[in-house]
Design a protein around this ligand. Structure first.
Ligand SMILES: NC(=O)c1ccc[n+]([C@@H]2O[C@H](COP(=O)([O-])OP(=O)(O)OC[C@H]3O[C@@H](n4cnc5c(N)ncnc54)[C@H](O)[C@@H]3O)[C@@H](O)[C@H]2O)c1
Length: 325
């Protein structure tokens, strides 16, 4: 494995999972790269024995690897993915794959020319146990042709303060919260039905951050997404509404309601808990290491990464035409 980008996502998500799987003899971290000398210095202890480069090009030209992991800010994703393809690498790319149509088109064309290479998006929320139950229920409802509504509300107090650089403040290059958080829920929606269509978006931003909404159809259901960087506290709520039933996952609490009556309630892991979403990198990597050699698995994941990427670009383009300031 070759790792590009040694920022927060690498430290909190990728490296712990890679090191764990390396200790189990499932993979070898063959090299890492970051143009920022301070990031290479911070991680020098962690990466002892691993060749570290100041350019991803040089890393791929020097080491032997099968998988390129891209953990950089989104503006570098497309160029690095294309670089990976030129070096015959499978690619695991952080979300969002791209936020611009020209990048999306270039990446899609590259995989159309190289159909045996795999592209996997870091959409790790699907490995959260509560989502697994929720999506199983939603898939059944969808197969029965019944309407459902998935209501998702992501509340944050400002943009991510932990990143190595402030790339999230540039809405054009980062896609803002709609890309940063919305893409996770597009990917989750696609685990219910891969037929989806962006119906509506409205984006508003103020000095203290963004508030946006989007509506996306998935099969017989609709995802109603709202994101805000102007909340007092972190909170992620996902509710599945089917006729009189409601499964409501709000932070660490899940409730099953019939009508307005709560008939069951239990504790779970929260998607607003960074520790939980960081730990989900391990099952994502386990799945990848176990299946990457299978052409059908690679094909399915490449199709998913490209479809979710294209859906996000469509959503952002629609949002650009519906901006309230
Ligand atoms: N899946 C998740 O839950 C999750 C969580 C956090 C971040 N992310 C994603 O991870 C990515 C990185 O976010 P972050 O918070 O770690 O950002 P960050 O700013 O902390 O780190 C990005 C790093 O990439 C390096 N970089 C830039 N261009 C490079 C290149 N061409 N080659 C190698 N390295 C390069 C930068 O120098 C920096 O060190 C983003 O796409 C973000 O959306 C995903």
């Amino acid at each position: 494995v070759a790792l590009a980008g040694l920022g927060t996502a690498a430290v909190r998500g990728h490296l712990p999972a890679l090191q764990r799987l390396q200790s189990e003899g499932r993979l070898t971290l063959a090299g890492a790269a970051d143009p920022d000398a301070s990031r290479r210095a911070v991680l020098s202890g962690e990466l002892r024995g691993v060749p570290v480069f100041d350019s991803t090009e040089e890393m791929l030209a020097t080491i032997r690897s099968d998988l390129l992991v891209i953990a950089t800010e989104p503006s570098a994703h497309a160029a690095l993915t294309l670089l990976g393809v030129r070096h015959r690498q499978h690619v695991l790319c952080e979300k969002p794959l791209t936020v611009a149509r020209e990048h999306q088109t270039l990446v899609a064309s590259a995989y159309a020319r190289e159909p045996e290479l795999g592209l996997v998006g870091v959409h790790q929320y699907r490995y959260s146990a509560t989502w697994t139950s929720m999506s199983r229920f939603a898939r059944l409802v969808d197969r029965l042709g019944m309407p459902f509504e998935l209501v998702v509300d992501v509340q944050r107090n400002g943009t991510d303060p932990h990143a190595a650089s402030p790339w999230r403040r540039d809405i054009g290059a980062s896609g803002g919260m709609l890309a940063d958080h919305g893409v996770h829920f597009l990917a989750l929606g696609r685990t219910i039905n891969d037929d989806f269509q962006v119906l509506h978006t409205l984006r508003a931003w103020h000095e203290d951050g963004e508030r946006s909404v989007a509506r996306v159809r998935f099969g017989t259901g609709v995802l109603e997404l709202s994101v805000s960087a102007r909340a007092r506290a972190r909170c992620t709520r996902a509710e599945l509404h089917v006729a009189a039933f409601q499964l409501s996952w709000c932070d660490a609490s899940v409730r099953l309601l019939v009508g307005r009556r709560t008939v069951a309630r239990w504790r779970t892991d929260a998607l607003s808990d960074r520790g939980h979403v960081d730990r989900l990198y391990l099952p994502l990597y386990r799945d990848l290491v176990e299946h990457l050699h299978e052409a059908s698995w690679r094909k399915r994941h490449t199709a998913e990464a490209l479809a979710v990427g294209a859906g996000l670009v469509a959503l952002l383009e629609l949002a650009a035409g519906h901006v309230a300031v």
